[in-house]
Each structure stands twice: as C-alpha cells, then as structure tokens.
Write a protein that binds this ligand. Structure first.
Ligand code: PEP
Length: 250
C-alpha cells in the first residue's frame, strides 16, 4: 500500500491575505528538495488568493487548490465559485465536503458527491472529506458513518487519479486531539476495503489522507500507519516553517 505516491495537503480555511503570500512563496520554495520526487504537495488558500498563488508556484512542484466549489458550472449562485473558475486560475485540486462545510452550510453527501463530480468534469482532483463526530464515535457508529459517507459522497466514476479521500474525525480537527494509531489504522483499513469493493483496482490505488491536528511532531507516526497515504493539514499549514516540518517527516 505504501507504493501509493503520498500527498501532503494544506487547508488555510478562511485565513490569509496578500500579506500571507510570502508564506506561500516560502512553502513553494521549500518543497523543491529531492523529497518532492517522492511526494505530492498541495496548498489550498482562500479563493481570493488562488490566482496569484498559482503564479507564485510557477516553478515549484507545489500544487494550488481551492477549498470548495459549487456543483454547477456557472449561474445565479451569489458568492459561490465553480470548479471551472478554479481550473481557470490554474488550480488543480478542490476540497469538497469538509466537515466545516457539512456543518456550517448543511452540505449533504448527495451535494458533496455533485461537487466532486463537478470537480472531475472540470479536470480537477477532488479531495473528498469524510469523518465521524465525537457523538458518532462514542456511540460506536464510526465505521457505519464512514461507509455511508463513502457511498454517498464519492461519484461512481471516481479513479485513483481524480479522487483523494480525506479521513478527518470531526473531533480531531483543530483540537490538538489525535486518534490512537489503532483507531486510525482501523478506519483506514476499513475505507480501503470499501473502496476496493466498489472501485476495484482504482480503489486499491486511491489515496486516503488522514486529517485532524496533524503537526510536525506527530506526522511521522501517522504516515507509518497502513493505508495512510498522506495528510490534510489545517492550522499547521499556515506558517511555512510548520508546514515544511511536516513535509520533512515524509
Ligand atoms: C482541516 O481543517 O482539514 C484540519 C485537519 O485542521 P487542523 O489540522 O487544524 O486540525
């Protein structure tokens, strides 16, 4: 399973102004070491910085993506951006179904699936987020939730090249609390089996990231767990030094 090329992805959420462009530049410069031949790197700044960020990464392997897209190509959807618009800014990836969007914008699995499909239609790689809440974990529903979200949120045509799954336990996001290695291993092995059952070889090769309070201190441990094919990083992606410390752990 560790033959899958890993991905280090950063999600800036609603953080970052033009003053933060020097951090993007530092990350773009920092991921150029020989390591970049073995792993993919991605940063998802807010949409306001997308176009200028891709220009900054012109001669860096750092890919730039967005944090959400609308499910339609264009139209009367005030405040939304489409996958086409992201591609037009030279973005290559888009996160869909992040728990903050599922919660704050009441996004359903069906909507997340439509957004992932829109991303694929625009030629983008969709990073589809799933994960249980604390309540769901404590009531023993974790694997049921992961199964339901995988079935509901991942489009039928998903391939290893177009789709990345990000397992983000909601209770681990931004809390500093990370699940035990055993819990991460159980979840990732379960998701892998589900993906193989539905997508065959593509499911066997699809990247499954772990996300939730990842830092330079815990990244190595997480990356050693079977079927963890990279990490999705929030808070520790904002400063180049923190993000590059995670990069160095690969
Ligand atoms: C995230 O928002 O995807 C995330 C994992 O956040 P953090 O690393 O801050 O927990």
């Amino acid at each position: 399973t560790k033959t899958i090329r890993p991905l280090l992805a950063g999600n800036w959420k609603m953080n970052g102004t033009r003053a933060s462009l020097d951090q993007i530049k530092a990350i773009a410069d920092g991921v150029k070491t020989p390591l970049s031949e073995k792993i993919d790197t991605l940063l998802c700044p807010p949409a306001t910085l997308l176009y200028v960020a891709t220009a900054l990464c012109d001669d860096s392997p750092l890919a730039i993506g967005a944090q959400d897209c609308h499910q339609q190509v264009s139209g009367a959807h005030t405040g939304d951006i489409s996958a086409e618009m992201i591609a037009d800014c030279f973005g290559t990836h888009v996160i869909v179904g992040h728990s903050e969007r599922r919660r704050n914008h009441a996004e359903s699995d069906m909507l997340v699936r439509a957004k992932a499909q829109a991303a694929h239609d625009a030629g983008l790689i969709a990073i589809i987020c799933i994960g249980e809440t604390a309540y769901e974990r404590n009531s023993g529903q974790t694997l049921d939730v992961l199964k339901r979200e995988l079935i509901g949120s991942v489009p039928d045509g998903a391939t290893a090249a177009t789709t990345v799954i990000a397992y983000e336990p909601v209770w681990a996001i931004g809390t500093g609390v990370v699940p035990t290695s055993e819990d991460v291993e159980e979840a990732h092995a379960f998701m892998r089996a589900e993906l193989i059952e539905r997508f065959g070889k593509e499911g066997a090769n699809m990247r499954i990231l772990y996300g939730g309070s990842v830092s330079g201190a815990n990244a190595r441990n997480l990356l050693d767990i079977p079927h963890v094919n990279g990490v999705l990083v929030g808070g520790q992606s904002l400063k180049a030094a923190d993000f590059l410390a995670i990069y160095a752990a690969f």
